[in-house]
Design a protein around this ligand. Structure first.
Ligand code: NAD
Length: 504
């Protein structure tokens, strides 16, 4: 791994790239080669404060900008993201490691949130009730919160921030983004595209950093709301600390997504889906399937099919056209994942496909598709979020047992069932305590005009992200009760009435 002079990735504050007060840096790897390709600055509290000041300065004018102008700006931004989609996907692939087509997919799903935000005049329509009492009307409308912040994970460096800032900005807020320090560059290009679209300086700011930057955001008195996406321990911490500081918080955490396969399913198709959802992006998706729950007679043929298909996956650098699965993000991630494979073997699970020595040249952070069979719920490979290309098969006797297993897990982001029985699917969708459910669909990520969120330890806070709940999260309602008395003598004559007002 080379450590020769590399470029430095800086913050974007008030429309300008700056190093601010930062002197600490973190390495940004090229996971496909192991190369140390850049350093990213790590913000000090003063840098976060500078970004918040820029966002506060921009706030009054931006919040007052008409809905149609905000909407037109979102359309312009949308078109620029689409035009630069290949560049963005390349940046994502080179810093994250995922294959180019997968990176394009993440951009397309992010673009859909901007599409949704373009409709902000429709989304912010209020309610109006004429004549709720004699001569009295009642109406409500929503206003922005102020300066909002987003703290995002490495695994979707473009899409997850796009779940947040287009809606926050379209609803009239200004924004400070703290992206993952592992793949920070996409956010700087997004800032350029906002500027090119005509967004005033300071409405969107990017502060790179680690815990110090996050803590400065959580404690900053001028930040009104925090959106977080990342692992469960940090999500819990962010929720507790920012809520204690009086902020509105949505904190999305980790996942251990189960897919139940019933014997009546099309097993070949189910195996295709399990392999795609388990090993796509090297398992580094919050909606990855990491547990296959094989019911009864489904187990033997399913394991055989997944084994064959997993072994056929082409592992290689994300930019190579032939690669289907890239490396994992960092040397630490590689060590963690191979450690878990060792722990599964030691605990007695059957290692059906071992990805520890994939056939890829060079110093990249590669681990191949891995499949465990006969995993039991007390094993670490079942309990922990491995966040790598490792699928664990748990064998159960019935659908009810499968549902109990899922409901016994504290992580409840997504789940899926594969079956040809409508009755079984309906029982499943009504009984599982999980936020997002797929029926013969392995990665049930709701479209941008719905909201995304898990239950239990996969989401802290009352609001799911993007879609209608995103609009609700970034705004607060006002209800106005109004009377315009005329100058009739009986109106003028009426004296004070101390009873609690009721409609007449
Ligand atoms: P992470 O929790 O390590 O980091 C997320 C963010 O928190 C980053 O910006 C990071 O800089 C910051 N952070 C890390 N440690 C911190 C600390 N001690 N104090 C304060 N801030 C800290 O997560 P990650 O490894 O970047 O991403 C993978 C995780 O994100 C997985 O658990 C995955 O399931 C989860 N995820 C969840 C969703 C969802 O929608 N629920 C979506 C994507 C990813």
């Amino acid at each position: 791994m080379s450590t020769s002079a590399v470029r430095t990735i800086r913050h974007v504050i008030g429309g300008r790239e700056t190093a601010g007060e930062s002197s600490r840096t973190a390495p940004v790897w090229n996971p496909a080669t192991g190369e140390h390709q850049a350093d990213v600055l790590l913000a000090e509290p003063g840098d976060v404060d500078a970004a918040v000041r820029a966002a506060r300065t921009a706030l009054a004018d931006w919040a007052d900008t008409s809905l149609m102008r905000r909407s037109r700006l979102m359309f312009a931004f949308r078109n620029l993201v689409e035009k630069n989609l290949d560049d963005l996907a390349r940046i994502v692939s080179v810093e994250h490691g995922k294959v180019l087509d997968d990176a394009r997919g993440e951009l397309v799903r992010g673009l859909e949130v901007i599409d949704f935000a373009c409709g902000i005049p429709q989304l912010l329509k209020g309610e109006y009730s004429d004549q709720v009492s004699s001569g009295v009307d009642l109406f409500s409308f929503r206003q922005p919160l102020g300066v909002c912040a987003g703290i995002t994970p490495f695994n979707f460096p473009a899409m997850v921030p796009l779940w947040m800032h287009p809606i926050a900005i379209a609803t009239g807020n200004t924004f400070v983004l703290k992206p993952s320090e592992r793949d920070p560059s996409a956010s700087n290009l997004i800032a350029e595209l906002y500027a090119e679209a005509g967004l005033p300086d300071g409405v969107f700011n990017v502060v790179h950093g680690d815990k110090a930057a996050v803590d400065a955001i959580l404690d900053h008195p001028d930040i009104a709301a925090v959106s977080f996406v990342g692992s469960t321990p940090i999500a819990r911490y962010v929720h507790e600390r920012a809520t204690a500081g009086g902020k509105r918080v949505q904190a999305l955490g980790g996942a251990k997504n189960h897919a139940v396969v019933l014997p009546d399913a099309d097993l070949d198709q189910a195996a295709d889906h399990l392999v795609a959802a388990g090993y796509g992006s090297a398992g580094q998706r919050c909606m990855a399937i990491s547990v296959a729950v094989a019911v009864g007679a489904a187990a033997d043929p399913l394991v055989e099919l997944v084994r064959e298909k997993a072994r056929a996956i082409k592992v290689g650098p994300g930019l190579d056209a032939g690669s289907e699965m890239g490396p994992v993000v960092s040397p630490d991630a590689l060590a963690r994942i191979t450690g878990y494979i060792g722990s599964g073997v030691a605990a007695g699970a059957d290692l059906v496909v071992d990805g520890r020595e994939p056939d890829v040249k060079g110093d990249g952070f590669f681990v191949g598709p891995t499949l465990f069979d006969r995993v039991t719920p007390e094993m670490d490979v079942y309990r922990d979020e491995i966040f790598g290309p490792v699928v664990a098969v748990v064998r159960v006797g019935s659908l009810e047992e499968a549902i109990d297993l899922i409901n016994g897990n504290d992580l409840a982001n997504g789940t899926a069932i594969f079956t040809s029985s409508g009755h079984a699917a309906r029982l499943f969708q009504r009984s599982v305590q999980v936020g997002m459910i797929g029926v013969n669909v392995p990665i049930p990520v709701p479209m941008a005009f719905y909201s995304f969120g898990g239950w239990k330890d996969s989401l802290f806070g009352a609001h799911h992200i993007h879609g209608p709940e995103g609009v609700a999260f970034y705004t607060r309602a006002k209800a106005v009760t109004s009377r315009w008395p005329d100058d009739k003598p009986e109106d003028a004559k009426r004296g004070p009435d101390l009873r609690f007002p009721t409609a007449v």
